[in-house]
Ligand binder design. Structure first.
Ligand code: G3I
Length: 351
């Protein structure tokens, strides 16, 4: 998500007089629909949701997730912070629990994410600057993780957020680019993942592609560079962390541009904050994502993943490393798990 926007939420966002869920009446959308047919039964593509191990045993979350969604993206359990959070030993226990829940509930799992500028681990920090050792540790990590989940995940965000979130359209500088090369760290990540998993769809994923044309251009340039280098890039993901001020057509234009390379397309993390713009637009924005995906050729429709079930499950409602919890209603079900009008609009658009 755009840190500028996040900072605006933290800094400029006045804590309005809020109800029990911390959201003022003016931020809530229209009334909820009475009955809602399962999203996964209505869509011509998988409908995913972010999941965390702490939610799996919670009936309210589990009931909605198993009813409406047929793909899970671990919200943090398949990241380096979870696999290597305890130092040097790979801990697969959290990710394994999400995979087990998915198997029990007939859902796929999408792996998020192998390489991200935002996270590293001691084993890489120790090798920072020693190219050969770093390259070997990089390859080993990707092989160990992607190899373990071969056959359990249908795809990976191999590299997440490679493009700088500014007007440059340049690649970010990070520990991976400094040790392996600006685009070579990306190419190598795709090659190593394909070596470990011959079948998964391999994605490049980023955010603010709907609102930053230079960033979208840089993302597409990187994708074309990878394809020209023969990297096994087979999917492009747009996170779509949006708000209610997002202009009409922005998602549709972005999805169409991503699809222009003929790869699979994933709207990978959609939520629509009601802290900015007119809350009654939330349903139309979710619906646009569904319609844009449905309009793609069948072989390119990887799916739409919503970044949480209930408003209270949203990362936007949790304290982050640099901001307090925010009152917000960014998802399709309210804090009590009741479908909102935006859930009805999204469901109608899936069909
Ligand atoms: O709950 C655990 C706790 O049990 C554990 O001891 C502790 C150890 O660090 O971690 C706690 O989990 C936290 C988790 O959120 C659940 O609250 C992690 O610390 C925290 O890092 C994690 O934050 C996630 C963040 O990515 C960083 O991984 C957010 O949930 C997640 O919504 C956010 O998602 C990102 C996407 O990956 C990329 N696109 C932007 C999106 C939003 O920032």
């Amino acid at each position: 998500m755009n840190p500028t926007r996040r900072a605006a939420l933290a800094g400029g966002f006045a804590l309005a007089a809020c109800g029990g869920d911390g959201v003022s009446a003016s931020q809530k959308g229209p009334a909820a629909p009475s009955r809602l047919a399962p999203f996964k039964d209505r869509a011509a593509f998988p409908v995913g949701v972010a999941a965390m191990t702490g939610q799996l045993a919670e009936a309210g979350w589990s009931g909605l997730a198993s009813t409406h969604f047929n793909r899970l993206t671990p919200e943090w359990e398949m990241k380096m912070e979870a696999f290597l959070g305890e130092g040097d030993r790979l801990d697969f226990s959290r990710a394994d629990r999400i995979c087990a829940w998915a198997r029990t509930n007939g859902a796929e799992v999408f792996g998020h994410t192998l390489v991200w500028y935002a996270q590293s681990a001691p084993r890489f920090e120790r090798l920072n600057g020693s190219r050969r050792g770093f390259a070997e540790a990089y390859r080993t990590y990707i092989h160990d993780v992607a190899g373990r989940y071969r056959g359990q995940v249908t795809g990976w965000d191999v590299v997440n957020e490679p493009i700088a979130d500014d007007a440059s359209g340049q690649l970010r500088d990070c520990i991976w680019s400094r040790n392996l090369g600006q685009t070579d760290y990306v190419r190598l990540a795709f090659e190593h993942t394909r070596e470990a998993d011959p079948d998964a769809v391999l994605f490049l994923n980023d955010y603010n592609l709907e609102t930053n044309p230079r960033k979208l251009d840089g993302f597409m340039r990187l994708a074309e560079t990878l394809l020209e280098a023969g990297a096994p890039l087979t999917g492009l993901g747009t996170q779509t962390h949006a708000d209610c001020a997002l202009p009409d057509g922005a998602i549709e234009r972005t999805v169409r541009r991503l699809a222009s390379l003929g790869l699979k397309v994933h709207v990978s993390e959609i939520d629509v904050s009601t802290a900015t713009g007119r809350p009654e637009r939330q349903g139309a924005i979710f619906a646009e994502a569904a319609e844009a995906m449905a309009a793609l050729p069948a072989e390119q429709r990887f799916g739409v993943t919503v970044w949480g079930v209930r408003d209270s499950d949203s990362w936007l409602r949790r304290a982050d490393w640099h901001r307090p919890p925010q009152p917000d209603t960014p998802l399709l079900f309210d804090d009590g798990g009741r479908p909102k009008a935006s859930a009805q609009a999204f469901g109608d658009a899936l069909g």
